[in-house]
Design a protein around this ligand. Sequence first.
Ligand code: AMP
Ligand code: ZN
Length: 464
Amino acid sequence: MPPLVLYNTLTRSRETFEPLFDDYVGLYTCGPTVYNYAHIGNLRTYIFEDILKRVLRYNGYRVRHVMNITDVGHLTGDRDMGEDKMESGAVREGKTAWEIAAFYTEAFKRDIRRLNIVEPDVWCRATETIDDQIALIRRLEERGYTYRTSDGIYFDTSLFPDYTKLSHQNLEALQEGARVEKNPEKKNPTDFALWKFSPPGVQRQMEWDSPWGVGFPGWHIECSAMSMKYLGDHLDIHCGGVDHIDVHHTNEIAQSEAATGKPFFRYWMHGAFLIVRGGKKMAKSEGNFLTLENTFVKKGLSPLVYRFATFQTHYRKPMEYSPDGIQAARNGMEHLQNQVRPLLEEGGGAAEAHPEFREKFLAAVNNDLNMPVAMAVVQETLKARLDPAVKRATVLDFDRVLGLDLEKVAREEALPPEIQELVERRKAARAARDWALSDQLRDEIQRHGYLVQDRKDGMKVIKR
Ligand code: AMP
Ligand code: ZN
């Protein structure tokens, strides 16, 4: 069996994956800040993480997956300055911060279900774990890593010698990056807030008592507290987008290792950005953000077309969004469904996946999740001369990783025989250039509740 090799940001190298204990993997993925819809760039990262989880399972590992929901503490500058994203979302929409969090959490969960992303075993909200976060900050305080300023309790990064081990930047470069947010009370530009005080005279919507005063946790502490709480010692893989490397994950490592004296996660994996033409990343703050709802669902496109589209680019390479790219993915997905449909219809007895093609597929996904190659193996399998039952079993086995719902989608799209007959008659009428009959048959098909589209690549009939 080809070993599972993953690129680890911590070591900047490809490593053969080995969990800490037996066949059990603890996976933590940083979840969304729920002050707005996720954009399809965010969703690219969640699809990459879903592929990782499915590949782990495909390799026989049992995975415990924890994802947090950031519903407090994330300020517009990732470094403890600027507005609180939740509270400004509340002002924008004339709702409470709690209502905003509940609404966008549901919207996010709906998006990931639509993308066939397997839900985590544990969803946890930052606001549910304030006590755990306070306990962790106390541990840091006892160990002498914290200091107080007029606006909060800070972590002194100069006391953690390995502070740059994830970012691989030199400290001056990191500090230079951090210096944009001027806070004269900080001892070092890279120091970050563990607890922030509610501003004097202001009652925030989200605030809690603490040993240091009323306020709210800094953004990074939640992921340390929740990963330790829900994964215990199984700190195997921690993921996020590349923007988390320099600040969020760097700070998570510093505060976690400072508190426990033990190594935090062993493998750190990061997905590259979805970018728009001109190379800019898709971001809520850039005003160039597209949602799954508007870009796919409202246009009658299956969200799984987006999932398919992301497979064309390796997760560590930036992917450029373009309508043409999405159209190509749509065609590719339909082609795949058309290839799979006859295999499902032909029936045949139960069969096992073809060992040689399975091995090839495994080699691709185990090579740091190389989905472009995996998709080429899917095509190679479909074109090979194989017994249809074996071919079907092989492709459906691959779909455990792909998550394209091949069995379901192909079956759903299969037309009932009476409709299929009308379709065949209409095709014949069009071939004979009998447009009157063609129109008559189109109307008849539509009366049965189907939509007929004449496209460059042929007639398409879908259930309304
Ligand atoms: P946020 O809700 O801002 O905390 O981001 C959620 C996830 O999306 C994080 O893992 C980010 O690193 C990731 N992310 C943000 N922007 C992009 C983008 N343009 N492309 C891919 N992933 C992104
Ligand atoms: Zn996080």
